[in-house]
Ligand binder design. Structure first.
Ligand code: NI
Length: 141
């Protein structure tokens, strides 16, 4: 028997989030891609994802996506400033760092391959502290 499709409220999911950079899993598509939401404050860590593009959709606030080359020293691509309603796909393998400036907060939705780690290939203590498995907040029946 087909399972009953269940809706999920994105605003109420976001309203339950207190910690920045702590993604919540809200949907899975074709068992291959995850849809997550998160609140962001301040700067994340430089990283890339070898195997997946990463789609960002801005629900509220403003987010700057910074780009650097593999060495981390050279800016090869322009930063992209995203405002509410904007969407951006960060291609796989492209080193990036999301930043929310001025002590503001941004709310975002992400779509990426299942199992994607938020800190990508970043290592070290800072990456370890920021590395978060997305909490599954889908309604369990
Ligand atoms: Ni990323």
């Amino acid at each position: 028997m087909t399972a009953q499709p269940r809706k999920i409220s994105v605003p109420s999911t976001l309203s339950n989030i207190t910690n920045p950079w702590s993604p919540k899993l809200i949907a899975s598509v074709n068992a291959t891609h995850d849809v997550k939401v998160a609140k962001l404050r301040g700067s994340f860590i430089w990283h890339s994802h070898e195997n997946t593009d990463e789609l960002f959709y801005i629900i509220s606030g403003s987010l700057k996506m910074r780009f650097r080359d593999e060495s981390g020293e050279t800016q090869l691509l322009d930063d992209v400033v995203l405002e509410k309603g904007d969407m951006l796909v960060v291609p796989k393998g492209v080193r990036h760092c999301p930043v929310v400036e001025d002590e503001e907060e941004a709310e975002i939705m992400m779509v990426e391959l299942r199992g994607t780690v938020n800190t990508g290939d970043a290592d070290g203590n800072e990456a370890l502290a920021l590395r978060k498995e997305a909490e599954d907040v889908r309604v369990q029946v």
